[in-house]
Write a protein that binds this ligand. Structure first.
Ligand code: 16G
Ligand code: ZN
Length: 548
């Protein structure tokens, strides 16, 4: 039939490169951009099928390789909820990406369509698939986007809509809004950010307001899309003294010596920053603006080391602020409906942050590395905050809890402390991107909370002191030989290795270490922390020896 002919015809355009084994991995397919045409085309097909499967809801396709080098690119799917592609479809993604001929590809698709009972090309009107495409600033993005479009359109009746250059979280947000029947353009995204930001600014307690001095924040845009979008947003932002560097317009290379991944891993000053910025509040985005970290250059520093405020510290700030609002409400809570606030971290979370959060009385749970795993666990709470140490995270509010808040907001007396607390929570739920972690909305929330508290970045940093830590990657013949528990804190395989790791850990005060296979690179990662940097380094090295 014509569907098969259409697929065969278009797939001839995109032969698979020899000898690359592709895997959807933690966050979509990634690799050298030159080798990705056929993959992107095929994910285009998948996304159209995903839309058909879910009653023609809009699906998102993002072309980005995030913090990886500029010559790389990648592709990932945003489900209609705005979250990551359902893990149930990942094996199919792997299969079609690796199909070696058009025939094999078509037969895999046929089989899958039958199994999933997806109705293609049925003559029912309004039943076609819709896929929204976005890409970051990588030069290879434009031609890859065309490949994705061809993939989408090769499924009969499917439409691909090019939304242009976007941050990853913008696309996720727009897809989510569209499927909720809300206004879903990029402008709507911006408007949502600045209205909820302004609302939170207006709710800052009066006592502080007159002496409120808004100090400058300098943002490192990683020479990617985030800095450009922040420039657009800035037009409508008051109450924020913002300087944006590394927008990519001044000749800098994407992610090279700049950006959240660089700053968080190396803990050194990114390009474009230096002694002139001593003690100033600075923030770094990653290449597609779904990660955010803060830092400052301490006066006493004679090296290029920065004081890093990572995802854990952002999480702690958010948790503290939300808890404060909930406490105000609970005082007044006659029905006794205490809300459940929980936080989700990964094994990489600094031990000092976990101690701090527990000491705040919070429910702390752990998830496997990768946004989809954290997101899932956070969604189990009324308010769930998740962050990876690398700066990816957000706050999820359950639908029921939001309805409860909105109802309370109507009942409570305007101007009362309770009313303000509820209004702040509602504004946070609007400001923060509920689809995925978002550096732009995260930045605005950090900034308004600091103003609310009247805190400097230094004061914020003092919430707790990070334990010294070290990360190493070890190249191994087969990273799949390492199998961990679901929270990645312990290795189940190779047999006996965990006992050996434990024996090393015991030698160090406050020692903690774990190994895990990377989901994005062919390596095993080692993480260690201890009471001194020397001890953390030494623990990491001895654990790495065990892996080799
Ligand atoms: C991906 C993940 C990130 C995770 C990282 C771990 C998403 C959107 N991104 O970048 O959350 O921290 O992989 O990489 O899920 P690794 O498995 O190589 O250590
Ligand atoms: Zn990213």
């Amino acid at each position: 039939e014509s569907q098969i002919a259409s697929l065969l015809k278009s797939s001839e355009l995109f032969p698979t490169p020899q000898s690359v084994k592709l895997s959807y991995g933690t966050a979509g397919f990634r690799g050298d951009a030159k080798l990705l045409d056929s993959t992107v085309y095929r994910v285009g097909i998948l996304s159209a099928l995903r839309s058909l499967k879910l009653g023609s809801s809009t699906v998102g396709l993002m072309i980005t390789a995030s913090h990886n080098k500029v010559s790389d690119n990648g592709i990932k799917v945003a489900d209609p909820s705005g979250g990551m592609l359902s893990q149930e479809w990942e094996p199919f993604a792997d299969q079609i990406a690796n199909a070696s001929s058009p025939r094999e590809l078509v037969s895999l698709i046929r089989e899958f369509v039958e199994k999933e009972e997806i109705a293609i090309g049925e003559e029912k009107k309004n039943k076609s698939a819709e896929v929204w495409l976005g890409r970051d600033t990588r030069p290879s993005g434009e031609s890859l986007l065309r490949a994705a479009e061809i993939g989408v359109s090769s499924i009969l009746g499917s439409v691909a809509i090019d939304k242009g250059i976007l941050t990853t979280p913008q696309l996720h947000w727009m897809v989510r809004a569209k499927n909720k029947g809300l206004k879903a353009t990029e402008n709507d995204y911006f408007e949502n950010l600045f209205t909820s930001f302004r609302c939170l600014i207006d709710l800052i307690p009066n006592s502080g307001k007159d002496k409120l001095e808004v100090s400058k924040v300098i943002v490192d845009g990683a020479n990617g899309v985030g800095g450009l979008k922040l420039e657009e947003l800035r037009e409508s932002l008051n109450n924020l003294d913002l300087e944006i560097r590394n927008t990519g317009r001044d000749g800098g290379v994407l992610n090279e010596g700049v950006g959240a991944d660089f700053v968080q891993k190396e803990k050194v000053v990114p390009l474009g920053f230096g002694s002139k910025d001593v003690e100033t509040r600075c923030a770094s985005f990653d290449g597609d603006a779904d990660r955010l970290v803060y830092f400052y250059i301490p006066t006493e520093s004679s090296t290029d080391k920065v004081e890093l405020l990572d995802g854990d510290k952002i999480l702690s700030l958010f948790a503290l602020f939300i808890k404060e609002q909930l406490n105000t409400l609970d005082d007044d809570d006659k029905e006794g409906t205490r809300s459940r606030l929980g936080v989700v971290q990964t094994a990489y979370a600094n031990g000092a942050s976990t101690d701090y959060l527990k000491q705040l009385g919070l429910d702390v749970v752990f998830a496997k590395t990768g946004v989809k795993h954290l997101h899932e666990k956070a969604a189990e709470f009324d308010i769930g905050i998740y962050f990876e140490a690398n700066g990816h995270g957000t706050i999820l509010f359950s639908e029921t809890f939001i309805s409860l808040l909105v109802a309370k907001q109507k009942d409570l007396t305007q101007g009362s402390e309770e009313h303000k607390a509820v209004s702040r929570l509602v504004a946070v739920s609007n400001l923060i991107n509920q689809a995925v972690g978002d550096a732009l909305s995260g930045l605005l929330l950090v900034e308004v909370i600091l103003q609310h508290m009247g805190w400097s970045v230094q004061k914020w940093n003092e919430l707790y002191k990070d334990l010294p830590s070290r990360q190493i990657k070890v190249e191994v013949p087969d990273r799949a030989a390492v199998v961990t528990t679901s929270e990645e804190t312990e290795a189940l395989k190779p047999l006996g290795i965990q006992d050996a790791i434990n024996a090393e850990i015991k030698k160090y005060p406050r020692g903690r270490a774990f190994i895990r296979p990377s989901g994005t690179e062919d390596v095993v990662r080692v993480y260690a922390e201890a009471s001194t940097q020397e001890a953390a380094d030494s623990l990491a090295n001895s654990v790495a020896q065990l892996v080799k």
